[in-house]
Design a protein around this ligand. Structure first.
Ligand SMILES: [Zn+2]
Length: 497
C-alpha cells in the first residue's frame, strides 16, 4: 500500500492588515520549516503535528508514504495569490509524481481557515485542483484544525475528514493518526462514509471556544454520546471556526460521517440544534489592560501558588496578531507590576541590541510596535539585559512538545521591576520552554502576560493561581460586534452540502 502525503497550513485573519507572502511559509516560529520529499519524512516524524501522527500509523501498518511537502505560515493577513498558487501547484506536481509512482490515496494535513486574496476558500480550491488530477472515488482525505472554516466544496471533494477535538490543541498527532487509520481501513475495503454538513449561523470568538469550558465541553460530550448510541455513525467532526476570517464559510460547522445516510442526516440536524441552543452560553469575562494588571497585582499578593496569568488575547500571534503590540507592557509599567514577565514581544532590533550590549548591559531603546504602531507606541527604556539565549530549544508544552523551535537570539530585559522577553520572531505564548530557555521557572513567576487567547491554558491552566483575560488594542479582536464584516454569515442558516 502506498499513500501520498502533503501539508499546507495557514489561519487567515482578514482584519490583520498585512498580506502574507510566500516567505512566511519558510521558517515559521514554533513549527518545522518548509520541507519536502525524503527530508519532510525525516523532519515531520519527530514533531507534534497531525502529519507525525499520520506517519506513525502508516509506518506501523507497513504502508509506504510518499512525502510531497509540508509547510505552515503563522496566522496573519490574507495569503498573497502568488504564494498560495506557488505552494498549491507544488503540491499538485508532487501528487502527480506520486500517482506515477503508484500512490493509491492522498492524506492532507490542513488547517481549514486559509484565505488567499482571490480564493477565500483556499483549502477548497487546493482540494478541487487535486480532485481534478484524481477524480472520485480516488481516496483523498484530510485532517484539519478545529478552527477550520469548512466549506461545502471541501466536504464534497474529500473522501473523509477529521479535526482536533481540543482547544488548547493537544491532540494534533491523534487527529492525524485517526485520519490515517480510517484511510488505511478504507483502502483495505471499508466503504467510504456518507458525509452530512451543517453550518452554524453565528460566529464564536476564540476565547469562548476553549474546550475546558462550557458550552463547547458539553457539545463535544454530546457528539461522543451520539456516536456511542447510534449505529451507522462513525465520526462527528465539530469545527468551531476561525471568526476573524471574513469569508463566506467563516464560522462553526459540523460534518457527521457514517454508513447510514438517514442516521447521519438526523445526527447532523440534532447537533446543529444543540449548537443553536448554546449560542447565548458562549461568554467569557474580559477586562481592559489597566484593570487586568490591577487585578493581577492584587491576586499575586493574595493566597495561592503559581503565577497570575494575564491573557493578552488581542495580540495573539496564533490568531494573526503581530506579536509586538505594547498595550499590556505599558499597563504593567503604569501599574507597577513588579515581578511581572511579558511573553514575548517580537522586536528583532531590540533582540540584537541586547546581545550586543551583553548580560548586565543597558539597552536604551523603545521596544515593540514595529508592525503595530496603530495599536500603541513603543515602550521606552533604558532596559537592563537580564538573560540571553540563542532562541533554539525544543517544545515542552502540550501543544509544541517535540517541535524544534528557532526564534533567533532572544533576551530578557528589565525596567522598573517589569521584565519582557524580546525575540526576532513572533510565536504564540503557549510554550513554557521559552521561559525556561532564559532561566525562568514558570511556576515561580508572580505575573505572566501571555500573548495567547486559549492555547496558553494547555501549559498554564493548572499551574496558574488565576487567569485574567485582558483587552489591549490589537487586531485579534475579541468583541466581534466591533468588526465590519463583509462576507461572513451570508450563507442561509443551517446550510447543507
Ligand atoms: Zn486552531
Amino acid at each position: 500500500m502506498k499513500i501520498a502525503a502533503a501539508g499546507f497550513q495557514h489561519e487567515t485573519n482578514s482584519f490583520a492588515g498585512r498580506r502574507t507572502p510566500r516567505s512566511e511559509f519558510d521558517r515559521p516560529g514554533g513549527w518545522p520549516a518548509f520541507c519536502r520529499g525524503e527530508e519532510m519524512g525525516r523532519i515531520m516524524r519527530g514533531t507534534g503535528t497531525p502529519m507525525a501522527g499520520a506517519l506513525r500509523v502508516a509506518d506501523a501498518a507497513g504502508v509506504e508514504v510518499v512525502p510531497i511537502l509540508w509547510c505552515i505560515g503563522l496566522p496573519s493577513g490574507p495569503v498573497e495569490d502568488a504564494a498560495f498558487d506557488d505552494i498549491a501547484c507544488d503540491i499538485c506536481r508532487g501528487f502527480e509524481a506520486a500517482l506515477t509512482a503508484g500512490a493509491e490515496a492522498l492524506y492532507l494535513d490542513l488547517h481549514g481557515a486559509m484565505a488567499a486574496v482571490s480564493w477565500p476558500d483556499a483549502e477548497g480550491e487546493l482540494i478541487r485542483r487535486l480532485r481534478k488530477i484524481a477524480p472520485a472515488p480516488f481516496p483523498i482525505v484530510a485532517s484539519f484544525d478545529l478552527h477550520g472554516n469548512i466549506s461545502e466544496a471541501m466536504v464534497r471533494d474529500l473522501t473523509l475528514l477529521d479535526c482536533y477535538r481540543t482547544y488548547p490543541h493537544t491532540d494534533l498527532k491523534d487527529t492525524g493518526a485517526r485520519t490515517m487509520e480510517r484511510l488505511i481501513a478504507h483502502l483495505d475495503g471499508a466503504p467510504a462514509p456518507v458525509l452530512a454538513y451543517r453550518a452554524v449561523p453565528f460566529l464564536v470568538p476564540a476565547p469562548e471556544q476553549c474546550t475546558f469550558l462550557e458550552p463547547t465541553k458539553g457539545l463535544l460530550a454530546a457528539a461522543d454520546a451520539l456516536i456511542a448510541a447510534t449505529p451507522g455513525i462513525e465520526e462527528i467532526s465539530q469545527f468551531f471556526g476561525f471568526p476573524l476570517a471574513d469569508v463566506p464559510d467563516s464560522g462553526p460547522a459540523m460534518i457527521v460521517q457514517g454508513q447510514d445516510p438517514a442516521a447521519v442526516e438526523a445526527a447532523a440536524e440534532h447537533m446543529l440544534n444543540l449548537w443553536c441552543r448554546a449560542e447565548s452560553a458562549f461568554h467569557t469575562r474580559r477586562v481592559p489592560a489597566a484593570q487586568a494588571v490591577a487585578e493581577a497585582v492584587a491576586l499575586a499578593a493574595g493566597p495561592g501558588t503559581g503565577p497570575v496569568v494575564i491573557s493578552d488575547t488581542q495580540d495573539n500571534p496564533g490568531g494573526g496578531g503581530s506579536g509586538d503590540t505594547t498595550g499590556m507592557l505599558h499597563a504593567l509599567l503604569a501599574g507597577k507590576a513588579v515581578g511581572a514577565v511579558m511573553v514575548h514581544i517580537a522586536d528583532e532590533p531590540a533582540s540584537l541590541a541586547a546581545h550586543a550590549a551583553g548580560l548586565g548591559g543597558v539597552v536604551d531603546l523603545a521596544i515593540g510596535a514595529g508592525l503595530s504602531r496603530e495599536y500603541g507606541d513603543p515602550v521606552p527604556g533604558p532596559w537592563t539585559v537580564v538573560a540571553l539565549g540563542d532562541g533554539s530549544f525544543t517544545g515542552v508544552g502540550p501543544m509544541y512538545r517535540g517541535n524544534p523551535i528557532a526564534l533567533g537570539p532572544v533576551a530578557l530585559l528589565e525596567r522598573d521591576g517589569v521584565r519582557v522577553i524580546v525575540a526576532p520572531r513572533k510565536m504564540q505564548a503557549s510554550e513554557p520552554g521559552l521561559l525556561m530557555h532564559l532561566g525562568l521557572v514558570p511556576e515561580e513567576q508572580a505575573i505572566l502576560v501571555l500573548k495567547s487567547s486559549v492555547h496558553f491554558r494547555g501549559a498554564y491552566q493548572d499551574m496558574a493561581r488565576a487567569i485574567v483575560m485582558g483587552v489591549a488594542p490589537g487586531c485579534v479582536v475579541s468583541d466581534l460586534t466591533l468588526l465590519d464584516y463583509k462576507l461572513a454569515l451570508r450563507k442561509p442558516a443551517g446550510s447543507t452540502a
